[in-house]
Design a protein around this ligand. Structure first.
Ligand code: ANZ
Length: 817
């Protein structure tokens, strides 16, 4: 008999599906499903993380194929970005070389991995055919006022002459060269995502139950909507300073004010006696990152401004301070400090020896004594006309009062900031704008899109020099103004790669379209995405940006929906020895080697079987060899059925017990897949394989039609996780490939009933009733049913039951007096 060899099985099917177009959607009007895996960044070869994520997405895609839907499961490459540029600088090459070579390698590995994707729709964000439309979309947003420029401070390394991301600043120094990082103001492009803050929050209702709750919570936090009030404080001999507060009920407890030290307001307010202090303090601050500044355990620092402002509710004079714990770009950049009820204010008050006044009696200890601000519910005290009110009532009343006096109003503030999209780097989508001395910002005319990247820059020419390398490419940057023809310059920044990934799923509908960003009919057919799959590391930015783009495109009349992803699955990580794989730990697992050693199917089965998809998989704890043995057992079922003569008898004539297992498994598996319990589906498939083998060994032989039925079900179930073995089994069972199109077998409901037995109920040793009960009934349940029996009750009448003997599941004896 032939034996199972994963290498032979893989050889038989390698390349077959692509050639047969198995995974190309039919587009024949059948109900559709779209599964999208977050597209890979082509940094090297496929790794264990990809292997896990794509195994999970594939279960959904292949399941829906089996259920008869027309399934779109596309793939593409997020192929712009810094690593390619850095590699190019190092190797004196163009980033495209490195990028497209990596894609070739990765693509080969993906194909070997047997992912059910339609390669005919493959796209690359770095192809001019793609980024032309990224540019076009940028222009549409620009026309709507959703893309704009403004000056903003960025981290600047004077040594490397480049902008640094917050993460690249370590203890105030450049991560690469150690130079002290300064702030520099640059004119940068932004998308006005804040305009969609409410929609981004409110539309989450559509996602509840279909997206992981923690992702929704992270998005909610990031947007950070706070309802409160803006209250105006008049500075003595100075301007009016508005503050944002969520606690207008505590107005009587304000004992000082703080403005953001790095905001222009601080310089405007400070008196001459304190100016030098403030300037020195501001210099120090330039070194700290925003993250460090917001850390709650950071000692509070600040400078007195030598000024006072008047509390509009009480008329009290409050000293004004500048500190870094107040952020320039949140609320109004100034606060009223209520140290009794706000911990940061209390820490500051204690550091600067400022007064603390309790205005809400919460029953907690005095914050001035304990150093712990009281934040609970309670009753207003020391607050004039607000005394005696609850916190909520006092908030409402205080807003009414300041509003009536014209010194404040209820307002809502958001944490969300506009999206800074310009990068002073080369390997990204050029911003399709020309700057003319006369006409200012002019959009590159649509018929001149795409603005392509120069292909002749390489190596050192790409190194950061304080501005984008494109700015130095004179042939490229110097162009006539489209309006007047006068000498003008192209915008030399490129877009954040998150822009590319904010709309790629839409392009999958018609990636071949040269005339339109996408075909609206096909977008309607395939989108929104029914199942999106990717890592939780994208819980905030990518998903928020894609949601924003979708909403903006909806408002531009380009798509008919407002949310891009109906359902989201976050797969866990693949760990090794309980830790994330990393070079420094030396615990990386090479996917290629795993595939060579155990085969694609065993690796995929291991990924899926190890845990629910959301949980991490520790590769040190799993056994791909055991998965391989299971696949061999499954495969031998088909082999033995074929060897038995292969005639397909009517399953109804087959062994009933096995048929029950088969139908129960198919029935349960459907629900399990839909609930994303893929690991349980594998476990049930294992049980089914064992049940079929038991039946064969028990004498039925592999020729029993119930065994064939079971083997077919196994092939179909395995087609979700182990494509090669499943295809091989299907063909051995006498079918045409592909098993992907087998169709989910109809479940015979009558085979789902539980096993029942007949229990007799005796009264004083005589049979009085017979009951049909589940074979696994408990003693208590059986006794209860016996007592409830009509016949038994009629017989017993008023007599007292003195003893009950239960021998579940077959006998109950009632003794009466
Ligand atoms: C007075 C007060 C009393 C406050 C109290 C809180 C508690 P969320 O909820 O995060 O929106 N705040 C306002 N602008 C700020 C800024 N630019 N930088 C730092 N803190 C700022 O926080 C709103 C609260 O954070 C506001 O309400 C303000 O302090 C502070 F018992 O005002 B509160």
């Amino acid at each position: 008999d032939a034996e199972y060899s994963f290498a032979d099985v893989e050889d038989r099917w390698a390349g077959w599906w692509e050639q047969a177009g198995t995974f190309t959607p039919r587009g024949d009007g059948t109900e559709t499903r779209t599964v999208v895996d977050m597209f890979p960044y082509p940094s090297g070869d496929l790794h264990m993380g990809h292997a896990e994520a794509f195994a999970m997405g594939d279960v959904m895609a292949r399941y829906w194929m089996q259920r008869g839907y027309d399934v779109l499961h596309p793939i593409g490459w997020d192929s712009f970005g810094l690593p390619a540029e850095n590699a190019a600088i190092k190797r004196n090459a163009h980033p495209a070389e490195w990028t497209y070579a990596n894609i070739e390698t990765q693509k080969g590995s993906f194909q070997r991995y047997g992912i059910a994707v339609d390669w005919s729709r493959e796209l690359h964000t770095s192809d001019p055919e793609y980024y032309r439309w990224t540019q076009w979309l940028f222009q549409q947003l620009h026309r709507k006022g959703l893309a704009y420029r403004k000056d903003s401070p960025v981290n600047w390394c004077p040594q490397d002459q480049t902008v640094l991301a917050n993460e690249q600043v370590v203890d105030g120094a450049c991560e690469r060269c150690g130079a002290e990082v300064t702030k520099r103001t640059l004119n940068q492009w932004y998308f006005r995502i804040t305009e969609y803050a409410d929609a981004l929050l409110d539309d989450m209702d559509q996602l509840t139950g279909h997206w992981p709750e923690r992702v929704l919570a992270m998005q909610r936090n990031w947007i950070g909507r706070s309802a409160g009030a803006t209250v105006e404080f008049q500075v003595e001999d100075g301007p009016v300073v508005p503050v944002f507060t969520t606690r207008p009920d505590t107005l009587h407890g304000a004992t000082f004010m703080v403005v953001a030290a790095d905001a222009p307001l601080a310089l405007e307010l400070v008196d001459d006696a304190h100016r030098a202090d403030l300037e020195a303090y501001r210099e120090e601050l330039k070194k700290a990152s925003d993250i460090e500044r917001q850390a709650t355990d950071r000692p509070k620092t600040g400078v007195f401004l030598g000024r006072h402002a008047v509390n509009p509710l009480t008329g009290e004079r409050l000293p004004m301070w500048a500190s870094d714990y107040v952020l320039a770009d949140y609320g109004t950049g100034a606060i009223m400090a209520v140290p009794a009820h706000d911990q940061r204010d209390l820490d500051f008050a204690r550091a600067m020896d400022l007064p603390v006044r309790v205005v809400l009696d919460t029953g907690e200890e005095d914050p001035a004594e304990t150093g712990v601000a009281t934040t609970g519910e309670g009753t207003l005290v020391n607050s004039g006309e607000l005394d005696g009110l609850s916190r909520a009532d006092a908030i409402a009343r205080a807003v009414e009062i300041v509003q009536a006096r014209g010194t404040g109003r209820g307002t809502t503030t958001y944490r969300l900031r506009d999206w800074l999209l310009s990068r002073q780097r080369f390997w990204g989508t050029p911003i399709p704008v020309i700057h003319c001395p006369e006409h200012g910002e002019v959009l590159v005319p649509e018929d001149q899109l795409p603005v392509t990247l120069p292909t002749d820059l390489k190596g050192e020419q790409l190194a950061p020099k304080g501005q984008s390398p494109l700015a130095a490419a004179e042939d490229w940057v110097d162009v006539p103004c489209p309006e007047c023809g006068a000498p003008a310059k192209r915008d030399s920044d490129t877009m954040d790669t998150f822009v590319d990934s904010s709309w790629y799923f839409l392009r999958y509908a018609s990636p071949w379209d040269e005339d339109r960003v996408f075909d609206p009919e096909l977008v309607r057919t395939w989108l929104p995405v029914d199942q999106y799959v990717g890592g939780v590391e994208h819980a905030i930015l990518h998903l928020l940006y894609a949601r924003f783009f979708t909403k903006a495109l909806h408002d531009l009349g380009l798509v008919p929906f407002t949310e891009p992803f109906r359902a989201l699955l976050n797969q866990g990580q693949v760990l090794n020895g309980g830790k994330a794989m990393s070079k420094s730990l030396g615990n990386g697992v090479d996917l290629g080697r795993q595939l060579d050693e155990f085969g694609v199917d065993a690796v995929r089965t291991t990924m899926v079987f190890a845990s629910p998809p959301e949980d991490d998989v520790d590769w040190a704890d799993v056994a791909p060899a055991a998965a391989g043995r299971f696949l061999a057992r499954a495969w031998r079922l088909a082999r033995d059925v074929r060897a038995s003569g292969g005639q397909a008898g009517d399953p109804a004539d087959g062994a009933l017990a096995l048929r029950r297992v088969t139908h129960r498994t198919l029935h349960d598996a459907a629900k399990l897949v839909e609930d994303h319990k893929f690991n349980v589906v594998v476990a049930k498939t294992m049980e089914l394989v064992n049940a079929a083998r038991k039946e064969i060994d028990a004498g039925a032989g592999a020729g029993d039609p119930a065994v064939r039925e079971a083997a077919e079900a196994v092939a179909i179930l395995l087609s979700l996780v182990a494509p090669y073995a499943a295809e091989d089994m299907w063909v051995m069972l006498g079918h045409e490939p592909s098993v992907v199109r087998a169709g989910w077998p109809a479940v015979d409901e009558s085979l789902l009933v539980e096993d029942t037995v007949t229990a007799v109920v005796q009264v004083k040793g005589k049979v009085r009733d017979q009951l049909q009960v589940p074979a696994d009934i408990t003693a208590a349940d059986l006794e209860e049913r016996a007592r409830a029996s009509e016949k038994v009750r009629n017989f017993i009448g008023d007599a007292e039951i003195v003893k009950v003997i239960v021998r579940e599941p077959k006998l109950v004896n009632l003794v009466i007096r």
